[in-house]
Design a binder for this molecule. Structure first.
Ligand code: SAH
Length: 365
């Protein structure tokens, strides 16, 4: 028990909690201070729905209350380090975190949709052969506020940028950071949070089985995308080391057991997984699981040693899937001019920083 009134107040990060938990903490806090109950809604609204950069901006609240909120519930921020705009409207952000780690988000406008691709980890441990994030290795898990904060920062900059859709296709493997992703999903979806419909939120994974089981237990209609990329265990192992731990057959079984429609992601790599026989096997697997197929052109930045499949071959591959009754979509490569693929912006920034350090070193020696 805290018996001393002069002991320092422990600051609480409300943004790391679910909206319901944050509301409870705020309700307790206002009650202890004898504040009217309507303050709770006013305060909680400023966390996500109508976010403020700091409590001093919540001008509907008395000045003294704002100062107390600042002390009790300081609002942590992600600092925007780079914002790049592509000619096609795609925008890419590099966020600098408090401990100097950096993660990326990509905003992809398309008609009335605004899809935000968010990161769940700094770096990634999986080392898929084609992925730029894999190359940098694992740095650390993001906390819930750092995940949902990628949306919050966007809305703070411009409320009209609130995404209509979220995909966990930025840096990291979301199901290797389940507790934080679990809470972030609630923040993204809840009425008190960002209010984005569950069917508009997609978690993309290589198929981490314990995480998949936990995700499947969530009652909301969140979407699942599985990064398949290969149709035989041997092929998949050559591209994705995780095949050793969670093999193709086990991942397919988990996908089939998922109550909702699943999407397979399939990155096209010349000569590795793009032949007719691959399409035929993929069609069989997709039919078995009832999956849609998302065909991704290989983004060259992630894989200097792999060649992208030609556009013509990609179209033939997709047609072959459709001829076998599979719903297949070829993703347009967006933001090619701004390195808008997984991990590329951070990698680029670090290269530039290294080059600059070397240059400085040369000059001072
Ligand atoms: N770890 C999760 C989310 C990461 S990225 C997962 O693997 O699903 C989202 C998608 O982008 C994955 O399907 C990933 O395989 C794919 N991807 C990674 N690097 C790519 C590249 N260079 N070109 C095309 N797609 C890539």
């Amino acid at each position: 028990m805290n018996t001393s009134t002069s002991s320092p107040v422990l600051a609480v990060n409300l943004l790391d909690r679910t909206p319901a938990d944050a509301r409870q903490a705020v309700a307790d806090w206002t009650r202890q201070r004898g504040l009217p109950a309507y303050r709770v809604n006013q305060i909680v609204r400023r966390l996500w729905r109508a976010p403020v950069a700091s409590w001093s901006d919540a001008t509907e609240l008395p000045l003294a209350l704002r100062a107390e909120l600042e002390a009790a519930f300081p609002i942590p921020r992600l600092a925007v380090e780079v914002e790049q705009r592509s000619a096609d409207g795609t925008r890419k952000y590099l966020w600098r975190l408090a401990d100097a780690e950096a993660v990326e988000s990509v905003l992809i406008p398309s008609g009335s949709r605004r899809t935000l691709c968010i990161s769940s980890q700094a770096g990634c441990a999986l080392r898929c052969a084609f992925c730029a994030t894999g190359r940098m290795g694992f740095r650390r898990n993001l906390s819930a506020f750092e995940i949902a904060g990628q949306v919050r920062e966007l809305v703070l900059r411009n409320p009209d940028d609130l995404p209509t859709n979220i995909v966990f296709m930025g840096m990291g493997e979301p199901l290797l950071n389940w507790p934080a992703v679990d809470a972030a999903l609630t923040v993204l979806n809840a009425e008190d949070g960002f209010g984005i419909g569950a069917r508009h939120i997609t978690v993309s994974t290589v198929g981490i089985l314990p995480g998949l089981a936990a995700f499947a237990r969530r009652p909301e209609q969140f979407r699942l995308a599985i990064s398949l990329h290969a149709t035989t265990p041997e092929q998949r192992l050559a591209l994705m080391p995780i095949e050793k731990k969670y093999d193709l057959e086990a991942v397919l079984a988990a996908a089939a057991a998922f109550r909702r429609r699943v999407t397979f992601e399939y990155v096209m790599i010349a000569g590795q997984n793009d032949r007719d026989a691959d399409a035929d096997r993929l069609a069989k697997l997709a039919r078995r699981v009832g999956a849609l197929v998302n065909i991704l052109p290989l983004h060259p930045g992630g894989a200097p040693d792999l060649a992208p499949t030609s556009g013509e071959r990609i179209r033939a591959f997709a047609a072959r899937l459709r001829n076998q009754g599979i719903e297949a979509t070829v993703r347009r490569s967006r933001g090619l001019d701004i390195d808008a693929a997984c991990g590329q912006l951070r990698t680029r920034t670090e290269k530039a920083e290294r080059a600059e350090r070397m240059e400085r070193g040369r000059r001072s020696s």
